[in-house]
Ligand binder design. Structure first.
Ligand code: MRU
Length: 340
């Protein structure tokens, strides 16, 4: 089943806030409903947000004849999560077809959906090859954070898509997802996906990840990305930076896996990436249960930025850029996709 799709004039998406306990499909028919789903992380993950953004513009184009209204509403959608560049990218790609009418907008959104599936296949194949090249002993043990699987995209994922490919190719020993507080995407979503894949895994609390890398628990760290700046600095779920520091300390490859659409050449470095602050509630509560003294103040960045110096390589659907060898996104040109 697809994480997000278009069905009978509306958007269908798996409500990720209900996982792993139940699979509930939401039917989204209005922009406010979509923005609410995005804000609550019912739909989340950079590639899925790109598709959601494009489908959202398709909804708007079918409901409003006044194109100025569509553009104004689309700006609200575009701003609903600021760090993942794919959301803005999906909205802008769909808006670019607005003058051609609502069917053209929908056609573009469906193309983005279909393209994501192909992109994820390609990343999986390229990433698995790179991991085999980097890790002499097989099968391999992978540490990862957040959820970068099919739930973060349409059908197959980015970093977890590489894990899936390694598993399908018989080269995976075990996966170590970290829980990913505050919203537990690693615990709730990645374990659910790994169980569905039949891949062996053990869950770690976030703070165990860096120490266990130092103790040699994993052969590589694979993460997704919400935005990759032109110099390779990568915004991803909070906790990625700590894993990158530990991976460097342990001499373990740290690999970023993301589609070309996550690369934002207009953003020069990680310092220029806006980091979403998600407020206090999710820090002072765990799954709805208060865990801190009443009145506790918090700082809650949803993402961090890993400097390019700590990244071994960026794997996209169209290239592998070996940052550890001094390659850059400016110099290594995108090529053809790999096909399964
Ligand atoms: O806040 P989320 O759950 O949307 O954060 C998602 C991540 O950080 C993912 O690692 C990233 O979007 C890559 S998804 C393939």
């Amino acid at each position: 089943m697809r994480t997000i799709d278009w069905a009978e004039g509306s958007i269908e998406l798996i409500d990720q806030t209900r996982l792993p306990h139940e699979v509930v499909v939401l039917r989204v028919e209005s922009l406010d409903h979509l923005i609410d789903a995005i804000s609550r992380l019912a739909v989340r993950g950079a590639p899925a947000l790109g598709v959601a953004g494009a489908f959202g513009v398709a909804l708007l184009a079918r409901r409003h004849q006044d194109l100025a209204v569509v553009r104004r509403e689309a700006a609200r959608l575009r701003a609903s999560r600021p760090t993942a560049v794919n959301l803005a990218w999906g909205v802008d790609r769909a808006l670019a077809r607005l003058d051609d009418g609502p069917d053209a907008v929908l056609e573009e959104a469906l193309a983005i959906r279909d393209d994501d599936v192909l992109a994820c296949w390609s990343m999986g194949l390229r990433g698995a090859d790179l991991v085999r090249e980097q890790v002499p002993d097989r099968p391999v043990r992978i540490m990862t954070i957040c959820n970068t699987g099919s739930l973060a995209a349409v059908e197959r994922g980015t970093a977890l898509g590489v894990v899936q490919t390694l598993h399908e190719q018989g080269d995976l020993e075990e996966v170590f997802p970290v829980e990913t507080r505050p919203l537990l995407q690693g615990a709730r979503l990645t374990t659910w996906e790994l169980a569905q894949m039949g891949a062996p895994y053990r869950l770690l609390v976030d703070s165990a990840g860096p120490f266990l890398l130092a103790r040699g628990l994993a052969d590589a760290v694979l993460i997704g990305a919400d935005r990759i700046a032109a110099n390779g600095d990568t915004a991803n779920k909070i906790g990625s930076f700590s894993l990158a520091l530990a991976a460097r300390h342990a001499g373990v490859p740290f690999i970023v896996v993301a589609p070309e659409s996550t690369i934002d050449m207009a953003t020069k470095s990680g310092d220029d990436i806006e980091i979403e602050d998600r407020g206090s509630d999710e820090v002072v509560n765990v799954l709805g249960t208060p865990t801190a003294a009443p009145g506790t103040r918090t700082v809650n960045p949803a993402f961090d930025v890993t400097p390019h110096e700590l990244i071994t390589a960026v794997v996209t659907d169209r290239r592998v850029v070996r940052l550890d060898r001094g390659e850059t996104l400016h110099v290594v040109a995108p090529g053809a996709r790999c096909t399964p």
